[in-house]
Structure formats: structure tokens, C-alpha cells
Design a protein. Sequence first.
Length: 159
Amino acid sequence: MPTGHLSVPELDLHTTGDNLVPVEIENYYARQVAAAGDSGLLRQAFVDSFGHCNFSPAELIAGILAISHRVTTGHWDQAPDPSSLNQVAASLGLGAAQFAEDYYPGDPAPPAPQALAPIPDRRSRLCGNARSVSTEERERVLRARQGCAISLPATLMPG
């Protein structure tokens, strides 16, 4: 189970319609990071797309440039904001970017052990069904995401 402690800046990219790892897990992870006192190192951006890790090349490069900005300047500034990410992505000429503005995945507090909590999200509006996630599933997903290629920690940056 992740402790939430970060030793380097991290920008998480997540699709709003991830059918493998529910986007609401990002809220739980952010709470873990906040509880560890490292909120200043974490930023999260959401891409209005369906599928797991379904990012365009422009979205990925914009994310890398945002983390590079943080490492270079020591400040996030506006780099990880959706409008900035969309603007940077568009300037690359690598295709469309769909960073979601004013999007915050709904997520109730983590359920009590063995309990199920409905988690409404865009998939439930699109597909007509809500998804319940057990504590065990949340923990499995969080363990799996530790090695996920879409978390962009500063350790990926050269030098």
C-alpha cells in the first residue's frame, strides 16, 4: 500500500474514462500524499478520453514538459493546469490534446473494510451504470499504479 510519501515532484495523468483503473483512485492517492505532508510535490491532470493510458503523444509530451518546468524552476506555476497543458500540447503539432478543464473526479472517502461504496463518474453517465469499488480493489489498484507509466515523477528527468 502506498504511503503517500513523495521524494520528488510527480504529475499524474489519468483518463476520465479509464476502464481499468477508476479515475476516482486519484482522489484517494491525493489524500494519501496530503496525509504524508507532500501535497506540494503532487499535481494531477485529467484527460477527457476513454481507456487506460489512452493519451495522445501531445498529451504525454505536455506532461513531461510540465514536470520539466517544475524540476527546472522549483515551482509548478501554471504548468500542470489543464489550459496550460492544452496550450503546450497544441503548440507541439503532434495532434489533439483533451486535458479536461474544471474536472474533479467524484470520490467519497475510502469505504470501511469489506464495504462497497458507489463511485459516480463520467462512465456511469455514458454507460448507465455506477461502479462500486471495494477497499481491496482500491489497494490492489494503488499497488499496481506504483509502476504505472503515466505517473511522471521527476526522477524520469535527465540530470
